[in-house]
Design a protein around this ligand. Structure first.
Ligand code: HXC
Length: 261
């Protein structure tokens, strides 16, 4: 329910699509604890909601997806406090969402903003998007996956250069390196990503969830184990009504109607 969120705007722009807009525009959507908690609540709610098939995460204005973790909130935090509360551990909750999460990045995706985008399953960028991991300039390092996910996505050498210099990079670079799936004109970005999300939502939840799960599992294990995992999920899908419907529709030369069953 939208009213429960202070820093988010949550809507259903098309059937099956949960749009979650970060809405702390005065701080360029800096990610404080309250905002992260709300993202976790809203994505978990969308994950449970049977009418939702895909989630789109974006900023509420074209200036910023998110300009990073909230520096003002971190400035006076001590090691003892950070360690005892396990500061930012809950950021990873987003990676436990089983439905696809699509990030639509307009404007700044810096530091924790870039890391949040990398927790999504697919990143799309507006043509004026600016990415970066500038933490080195604050005397720290990326703490929410930047040193882990960026090398996997763009390669170790490139990621090391970006993280050690803190330099920003453009949507065009991000796309060239494989961090971003596609670039759209900034003003069309959210509509275009919602269209992709709607298409994915139309495939019914089971195969979509299994595909996401198999991809992510494969990134954690050896190729052999990953292939076995994939095959088990593939076999499992032969028990679904969606498999019967999808293959029957093909043979009957009609559009399939998936039910997520
Ligand atoms: C807190 C932030 C912020 C942030 C911007 N603001 N980024 N507040 N934390 N990360 C606030 C500013 O203080 C300012 O508030 C308002 O947003 C507008 O920002 P300006 O700087 O005035 O805008 P502009 O001149 O256009 O510059 C935009 C910017 C710059 C280049 C994005 O704001 C910037 O460099 N921000 C910090 C980027 C960064 O270092 N991010 C990494 C954070 S560390 P006031 O009240 O002054 O108007 C991090 C660690 C992650 O993310 C580790 C794990 C979580």
């Amino acid at each position: 329910h939208p009213a429960q969120y202070e820093h988010l705007i949550v809507s259903v722009p098309q059937p099956g699509v949960q749009l979650i807009e970060l809405n702390r525009p005065k701080a360029l959507n800096a990610l404080n604890s309250a905002l992260i908690s709300e993202i976790n609540l809203a994505t978990a709610a969308a994950d449970r909601d049977g009418s939702i098939g895909a989630i789109v995460l974006t900023g509420s204005t074209s200036r910023a997806f998110a300009a990073g973790a909230d520096i003002k909130e971190m400035k006076d935090k001590t090691f003892a406090e950070a360690y005892s509360e396990d500061f930012i551990a809950n950021w990873n909750d987003l990676t436990r969402i089983r439905k696809p999460v699509l990030a639509a990045v307009n404007g700044y995706a810096l530091g924790g903003g870039c890391e949040l985008a990398m927790m999504a399953d697919i990143i799309y960028a507006g043509d004026k998007a600016v990415f970066g991991q500038p933490e080195i300039k604050l005397g720290v390092i990326p703490g929410a996956g930047g040193t882990q996910r960026l090398p996997k996505l763009v390669g170790k050498v490139r990621a090391t250069e970006l993280i050690l210099t803190g330099r920003n990079f453009s949507a065009v670079e991000a796309e060239k390196w494989g961090l971003v799936a596609r670039i759209f004109p900034a003003e069309q970005l959210v509509d275009e990503v919602v269209k992709v999300a709607q298409e994915i939502a139309g495939y019914g939840g089971l195969a979509v969830k299994a595909a996401k799960e198999s991809i992510n599992e494969g990134l954690l294990v050896s190729l052999d184990e990953g292939l076995k995992y994939e095959r088990k999920l593939f076999h499992g899908l032969f028990s679904t009504k969606d498999k019967v419907e999808g293959m029957t529709a093909f043979v009957e030369k009609r559009q399939a109607s998936f039910k997520g069953e």
